[in-house]
Design a protein around this ligand. Structure first.
Ligand code: GDP
Length: 332
């Protein structure tokens, strides 16, 4: 079975707590949660923001599963340290495999990674990059390394900021040597990290100047890689958050969803905050729009992280997310 190692997000059966919608019915009664929620309502931003402990939310989850309509994420609560803080309904959180939300919430490790919807669990160890080396370029899945080490593939529209992000992840200026012309270089590039896992650079798609034939080939070989590479833990699909959602990105994300390929969305260029240049929207609004447009293709909300290679926003979060997926994958 080719996909037997793949990690799928466990289904969440949790209450959804919205503070922008009219108060849910239980708030108008003498429900035991009333006082707790009332205190949170005074400061909605405190519900789930930067490194906010999940304990309050999880207590709600454990003691009273409720069904209340929730807004689509993320909602901007306020800005802190120049980065927008978002509020995320519980059903839009990504709970990594091997993590029981209620259990995580009762410990200090139960946190949501900053600028993401990802719950941090106990598998997030050994996240730092100590060594990174280019291993090989392959033109077919069968040519890829056979040592079975877990890997994460980075893919995105050309110019999305993939090389910049890859270099910032490994803290090198020019590790990503792949061609800037995706029509020319159609290779699966493996970089070995800490001698124990791979970052895989795939050629950018949507490059207008690439000949039609090259684009079709590219499509075939990357899809073949996604469907058949057993050691692929998750695809990291890069989306430019400084512009409105593009059709080709939506198609790409929905294809991954329909084929049940584990996917993490990395929203790039989140430092570009000028509304005018961003098609009238801030990055977090473009992030929200993207989520809305793809949600029908996913049973559970895919994990996502807001990033910037200019400010290094999201770097630690990506590495922690990769670490917890990887460590779980290695154990199962
Ligand atoms: P690739 O084609 O996907 O590998 O994209 P690159 O990494 O070469 O980046 C494309 C362009 O976007 C370059 O001009 C980068 O300087 C710029 N860029 C990449 N990442 C960021 C970012 O996080 N913020 C901003 N403001 N610009 C970025």
């Amino acid at each position: 079975m080719l996909l037997h190692h793949r990690i799928l997000n466990p289904r969440l059966i949790l209450p959804i707590v919205s503070f922008s919608a009219p108060p849910p019915r239980y708030l108008q009664s003498d429900h035991p949660l009333l006082l707790l929620l009332a205190s949170e309502r005074r400061n909605p931003a405190s519900l789930l923001t930067r490194s906010h402990s999940l304990s309050t939310v999880a207590q709600l989850a454990v003691s009273a599963p409720l069904e209340v309509d929730a807004p689509i994420l993320p909602q901007v609560a306020d800005e802190k340290d120049g980065e927008p803080q978002v509020q995320i309904p519980l059903d839009k959180l990504f709970v990594p495999p091997g993590v029981d939300l209620a259990e995580a919430a009762s410990t200090a490790s139960g946190r949501v990674l900053r600028g993401s919807n990802i719950v941090l669990g106990p598998y997030a160890r050994d996240a730092q990059v100590a060594t990174a080396e280019f291993v090989k370029s392959s033109t077919k899945t069968e040519e890829c390394p056979t040592d079975g080490l877990p890997e994460f593939a980075l893919v995105g529209r050309s110019n999305v900021g993939k090389s910049s992000l890859l270099n910032s992840l490994v803290r090198r200026k020019r590790l990503a040597l792949t061609s800037k012309k995706p029509g020319k270089t159609q290779c699966i590039n493996h970089f070995r990290i800490n001698d124990s896992w791979y970052l895989v650079d795939l050629p950018g798609y949507g490059y207008a100047a690439a000949p039609h034939e090259a684009r079709v080939n590219w499509d075939e070989f990357t899809k073949n890689y996604f469907l058949n590479r057993e050691s692929l833990v998750s695809v990291f699909l890069l989306i430019d958050a400084s512009i409105p959602a593009k059709k080709i990105d939506l198609e790409y994300a929905s294809w991954l969803g329909q084929n049940q390929i584990p996917m993490t969305l990395l929203f790039t260029k989140c430092d570009k905050r000028k509304k005018k240049k961003n098609g009238g929207k801030r990055p977090e609004e473009n992030v929200e729009d993207f989520q809305k447009l793809i949600c029908e293709y996913f049973k559970e909300a895919p994990p996502w992280i807001m990033t910037s290679s200019v400010t290094n926003q999201g770097r630690e979060e990506i590495l922690l997310h990769m670490a917890q997926l990887r460590n779980y994958w290695l154990k199962h």
